[in-house]
Design a protein around this ligand. Structure first.
Ligand code: ATP
Ligand code: MG
Length: 459
C-alpha cells in the first residue's frame, strides 16, 4: 500500500470509527428516551383503563363499550385468561389481533416489534366478572416514534457524510503536501542514478518546514558528493599524470638497454641509475598518496607527551648531515612539551625542512616559540620564495610553483598537503608567509595539551 493510501486510510478510518461511536450512542440514547416516554404514557393510560374496568365489573356495566371508549387511536385492548387466550379483544386495526397473547399474573411493560413496527404493551391483572384473575392488556403502535427515529437516523447519516467529505479532502491535501517533495526527491535520485550526473532539488523557500530542511540537506549532501567526486577525479588524473612521467623514463631506458645495453656498457650504468631513481620516486609517491587517502588519520594518531625541541633537533641533524646544510635554532620559551603523535610531527618537520633545503641555498633557521596554550615551530629560509598568487594553492595535492624546476628538485607536490593534514588532525594550524626572491617562513602551531584537558574533564 502506498503512503498516500496509508495516510487517507489512517485519517479517515479513525474518523469513521469515532463518528459511528458518537452517532450510534446518540441514536440509542434518543431511542431509549422516546420509548421510555411512550411506555410511561401507555402505562398511565392502562392504569386508568384498569380502574374504570374494575369499577364497571363491580357495577355490572357494559365493559365492551367502556373499553371501546378507552381504545387508543392505533391500539388494541385485550382481556387475556390464564390459558393465554383472549376473552375480549377491542381494536380498530384488524392485523393487531395477530399479536401474540401473554399471561403473566403480574403487571408488565414491554416494547416489541411486529412486522418491523414497534409497539408498546402494558398488562395489568384484574378480577373479571366471573371472579377469575385475568390480564388487561393495552397495546399501542409506536409509528410516530418510529418515524422520529428514522428522521434522526437520516440526520445522523447526513452529518456523518458532511464531516467525512472534508476529512477525506483534507487527507488528500495532506498526503499531496507531504508526498510532492518526497516524489521530487525520489525522481531526482533516480535521475542521478540513471544519468550519473549530480542534480539538486528545486526548493520552495516560502516555508522552512521539515520538508524544506530535508530537501536542503539533500542539496548540501549532493554538493559534498559533487565536490568529493571532482576532487577524486582531479586526484586520479593528477596521480596518473605524475606516475606517467617516471614510467615513461623507466620504459625508455629499458628500451635503450634492450637495444644497446649489451654493446654500450657505459649506457648500462646510466640506465640502471635512472630506472632505480625513478622507481624510488614512484614508491615514495605511492606511499604519500596512500597517506593522503587515509580518511581517519585522527583516530590513527598515537599521541603522547613529546618535546618539540628535542624532536626538531633530531630531524634537523639528519638534514644537516645528509645535505651539509647549516640549521640554526632560536628558542623563545622554556619548555616545548606538547601532546602529539611523534612520528607524524617528525614527518611534518621533515617535509618543511626538506622544502627549505630544496628551495634555498643558504642556512635554515628553526624558531620555537611557546605560549600558555600552544607551541609553534617556524622554519625560515632565505631561498627563492613563493609568488603571492601561488600561496593559497600550495596545499593542493600535486601543486608545484614551477613544474619544470620541481623535476630537478625531485618534488611531487604532495609534501605540504600531507603536512597540513597531519597538523589539522592535531587541531593545529599551518601558515606560510613568503616574499619571492627573499625567502619563506612556514609556521606550525600545535595546541599544548588539548587531549589531556579533555581527559581530565571526562574523569
Ligand atoms: P614533495 O614535497 O611532494 O616532494 P614539493 O616539495 O614540490 O614535493 P610541496 O612540499 O607540497 O611539494 O610544496 C609545493 C610547492 O610549494 C613546491 O613545489 C614549491 O614550489 C613551493 N614551496 C614549498 N615550500 C617552499 C619554500 N620553502 N620555498 C619556496 N617554495 C616552496
Ligand atoms: Mg616538499
Amino acid at each position: 500500500m502506498n503512503l498516500k493510501r496509508k495516510i487517507l486510510l489512517f485519517s479517515s478510518v479513525w474518523l469513521v470509527i469515532m463518528l459511528l461511536l458518537i452517532n450510534g450512542s446518540i441514536f440509542l440514547l434518543f431511542q431509549k428516551i422516546i420509548y421510555d416516554n411512550e411506555t410511561n404514557r401507555v402505562t398511565e393510560h392502562t392504569r386508568a383503563v384498569v380502574a374504570a374496568t374494575n369499577h364497571a365489573v363491580a357495577e355490572g356495566a357494559d365493559i365492551r363499550a367502556l373499553l371501546r371508549a378507552y381504545l387508543p387511536p392505533k391500539g388494541m385492548i385485550r382481556i387475556i385468561t390464564d390459558e393465554t387466550t383472549s376473552v375480549l379483544t377491542i381494536s380498530k386495526e384488524g392485523y393487531m389481533q395477530q399479536l401474540p397473547t401473554e399471561y403473566q399474573n403480574q403487571q408488565f411493560v414491554a416494547i416489541r416489534t411486529f412486522d418491523q413496527i414497534p409497539y408498546a404493551v402494558v398488562s395489568f391483572p384484574i378480577i373479571w366478572t366471573d371472579g377469575s384473575v385475568m390480564m388487561l392488556e393495552v397495546t399501542e403502535i409506536l409509528e410516530d416514534s418510529k418515524n422520529t427515529m428514522q428522521t434522526l437516523l437520516v440526520v445522523l447519516l447526513v452529518a456523518t457524510v458532511i464531516v467525512l467529505l472534508p476529512a477525506l479532502l483534507f487527507g488528500n491535501m495532506l498526503s499531496k503536501l507531504i508526498l510532492t517533495p518526497i516524489k521530487k526527491l525520489t525522481s531526482t535520485m533516480k535521475q542521478i542514478q540513471t544519468t550519473g550526473n549530480y542534480k539538486k532539488l528545486e526548493l520552495d523557500t516560502s516555508s522552512k518546514d521539515e520538508l524544506y530542511i530535508m530537501g536542503d540537506t539533500f542539496n548540501q549532501m549532493i554538493d559534498i558528493l559533487e565536490q568529493n567526486y571532482q576532487k577524486q577525479q582531479q586526484f586520479v588524473s593528477d596521480a596518473s599524470h605524475e606516475l606517467k612521467t617516471p614510467l615513461t623514463v623507466i620504459e625508455s631506458y629499458a628500451n635503450m638497454l634492450k637495444r644497446w645495453g649489451k654493446k654500450k656498457p657505459e649506457l648500462l650504468d646510466e640506465s640502471v641509475d635512472a630506472i632505480y631513481t625513478e622507481a624510488v620516486r614512484m614508491k615514495e609517491m605511492t606511499e604519500q598518496m596512500l597517506q593522503l587517502a587515509t580518511d581517519n588519520i585522527q583516530q590513527l594518531l598515537d599521541k603522547k607527551e613529546i618535546d618539540l625541541l628535542a624532536m626538531t633537533k633530531q630531524v634537523s641533524q639528519h638534514i644537516q648531515i645528509t645535505f651539509e646544510r647549516e640549521v640554526l635554532f632560536v628558542e623563545k620559551g622554556a619548555s616545548f612539551i606538547i601532546w602529539a603523535d611523534e612520528n607524524k610531527l617528525k614527518q611534518v618537520v621533515y617535509i618543511l625542512l626538506d622544502n627549505a633545503r630544496k628551495y634555498s641555498k643558504d642556512h635554515i633557521t628553526i624558531q620555537l616559540e611557546e605560549t600558555s596554550q600552544s607551541c609553534s615551530i617556524s622554519i625560515i629560509d632565505n631561498g627563492i620564495g613563493i609568488p603571492t598568487a601561488d600561496l593559497e594553492k600550495i596545499y593542493n595535492r600535486f601543486y608545484r610553483v614551477d613544474k619544470a624546476r620541481a623535476r630537478e628538485t625531485g618534488g611531487v607536490g604532495l609534501g605540504l598537503s600531507i603536512a597540513k593534514k597531519i597538523v589539522e588532525a592535531h587541531k593545529g594550524q599551518i601558515e606560510i608567509s613568503s616574499i619571492e626572491g627573499k625567502g619563506t617562513t612556514v609556521t606550525v602551531t600545535i595546541p599544548k595539551q588539548v587531549e589531556r584537558v579533555v581527559n581530565s574533564i571526562d574523569s
